[in-house]
Design a protein around this ligand. Sequence first.
Ligand SMILES: [Zn+2]
Length: 300
Amino acid sequence: MTDRALLAMSRRNLLLALGAATTLPAPAATPPGRVVASFSILADMAREIAPAGVEVTSLVRPDADAHVFEPTPADARRLAQADLVLVNGLGFEGWIERLIKVSGYRGTTVVATQGIATRQVGGSADPHAWQDLGLAQGYVGNLSRALAARWPEAAAEVEARTADYRARLAALDTQVRQWLGAVPREKRRVITSHDAFGYFGNAYGVDFLAPQGWTTRSEPSAATVARLLRQVREQDVQALFVENISDPRLVERIARETGARVGGTLYSDALSAAGGPADTYLRMFAHNARSLAEALSKTR
Ligand SMILES: [Zn+2]
């Protein structure tokens, strides 16, 4: 008896033991494949809609900062073996072009923000568009088309998973509007470490102030910090948040000097590790919105 026949027999016995039907379903055609995403949030979106059997991994790990990521030779090897590469674009991954070149990867690189209406900051596009659940639908459209094109035999599966995921994104968007809508508009003022929540602010009506611009590559100047301290006092900002990817010390200092409270941790550019409070994109978004609504409703 071959190994395969043995395996089939033991599977049949297991199903019998579980009281399942004795006619086994034909095994689904699972296209083996590897998708490499630049960062954890994009990897999670792709995992939600990719065909079964396709493995999705992320170059930048959970809780890590993609702006200052330094790729290793192992990352280049991983790219070389990829069937599809996913990036955010808009200058978020300043290191990706060189890494792809070094790796020898010749396949398609999908830019998830392709066609999305961007927020302009100081003459350049803010890359953090995933911080708006409405714009995330655009990400999912781009990823879905690319996955279905790469694995056409699984196109129907990708389409069905995409429709299901889109519905969950839309439902959370409604929920987030309810949570924040319960906070008076004039109270919705928040300090974070870097300018990662501009899209969130535009979509859900929250003003975010940050000592660092949209990239974490440069340290804020003393003048920037002084101006922010002034703004916090003048505008009576009472909710401060640290970020999972950033050094919390500056935000903690602003809290000390102004008497404002640190309301918790927001997940800006990366998910939490598995088992943490923000280990999927949907859980991350819900965590951020709930934390903001709770902290803001406590302010005077
Ligand atoms: Zn960022």
